[in-house]
Design a protein around this ligand. Structure first.
Ligand code: TXA
Ligand code: MG
Length: 318
């Protein structure tokens, strides 16, 4: 049975012993293991049922540790790291030879970030190694933003979940790679593309619609609840179309008055996209438990974190 605890020492003991534990970050919870332990790394893939072509992301406690993991770091990568770390920015960089091919899934690159969560940072400070930690959910399902979500996914297979409260950001980190030293966005995330461009100028967006999945987080179907979900600008029309079915709604800022609706989640009563992102996955987890026939999700304004939210809802609805 999984233990949920705030005792960091217990997590340290397990991690030093090649075990995998769930840890909180400011974005979502991660399934963490020692990057130098093949046993822990293989266990992460096994727990997530993640295909071995999909590489793991590495967490370090400071920019100084970056050279343990990556080499030949482009100027713009350093600029972004200085601007956003600790924080929800993942950089794809050329990997150090010491990074195992289990982490990089055979690629020459590695994903790395410094998380901005006091418990994750204290844990990393007290360990002698960085942590590989993909989101703590089975492959293609919704990422967890609370210890309870993690528990519901892995309740018998995981020895420990480190309690860190609800994740402040609530969506995954933004992933930036480099081509000819120029930044390329592989995954919309918790830092908007506008904020990234303010730092380093124009960023090319690579989505899975037109290129092979460079970041498998860009796989078309992902972040999906079990209940079918439809993303639309025309919520009322769809309610009408599916009349008679058990419908749940996920809406941005205001309640929709309609007797056909069994339940609705308003993710930001304050009309704020950051708040909406923070509440998004918890709302999906909740709707998914209500035995609905269908979730209708409202399309968000397509700027700032609205882009990230639309990206997730679109993939959830594939
Ligand atoms: O916010 C986050 O990034 C969370 C927290 C726990 O840090 N982690 C997370 O991990 O979302 P994960 O594994 O669910 O998503 C990381 C994405 C995956 O889609 C993976 O394919 C991609 O990063 N990735 C990892 N290494 C890569 C590489 N070398 N090249 C391209 N993409 C890579
Ligand atoms: Mg994930």
């Amino acid at each position: 049975m999984t233990k949920i605890t705030s005792n960091i020492q217990e997590a340290i003991d397990l991690l030093n012993n090649n075990e995998v534990v769930a840890i909180p970050t400011e974005t979502v919870y991660g399934l963490a293991g020692n990057i130098y332990s093949d046993k822990a790394l293989n266990k992460i893939y096994e727990l997530k049922k993640r295909p071995h072509f999909n590489p793991l992301i590495v967490h370090v406690n400071s920019i100084d540790k970056l050279k343990l993991v990556a080499k030949e770091i482009p100027e713009k990568a350093l600029q972004l790291a200085n601007a956003f770390w600790p924080g929800p920015l993942t950089l794809i960089l050329k990997k150090q030879d010491s990074i195992s091919s289990i982490i990089s899934a055979g690629k020459e690159t590695v994903a790395v970030r410094v998380p901005n969560h006091p418990i994750a940072l204290e844990l990393l400070n007290r360990l002698d190694f960085p942590l590989a930690a993909p989101s703590a959910n089975p492959f293609t399902s919704i990422s967890p933003t609370s210890s309870q979500h993690v528990f519901e996914y892995f309740n018998t297979e995981l020895p420990l979940i480190l309690e860190g409260g609800n994740c402040e950001k609530g969506v995954e980190s933004t992933i930036i790679g480099f081509e000819n030293n120029n930044p390329v966005l592989y995954r919309h995330g918790s830092i908007s593309i506008e904020e990234i461009e303010k730092e380093v100028g124009k960023v090319t967006v690579f989505t899975n619609d037109d290129v092979a999945p460079n970041a498998p987080g860009m796989l078309k179907k992902h972040y999906a609840p079990k209940t079918p979900i439809i993303l639309t600008k025309l919520v009322n029309d769809l309610i009408e179309k599916y009349k008679g079915q058990k419908i749940g709604l996920l809406v941005f800022n205001s309640k929709i008055d309609n007797d056909e609706i069994k339940h609705q989640e308003i993710v930001s009563p304050n009309n704020n996209l950051n708040e909406a992102a923070a509440n998004l996955y918890a709302a999906l987890h909740k709707l998914d438990k209500l035995d609905l026939d269908l979730i209708i999700a409202e399309e968000f304004p397509n700027f700032g974190l609205g882009k990230t939210i639309n990206d997730r809802l679109k993939r959830a609805s594939e």
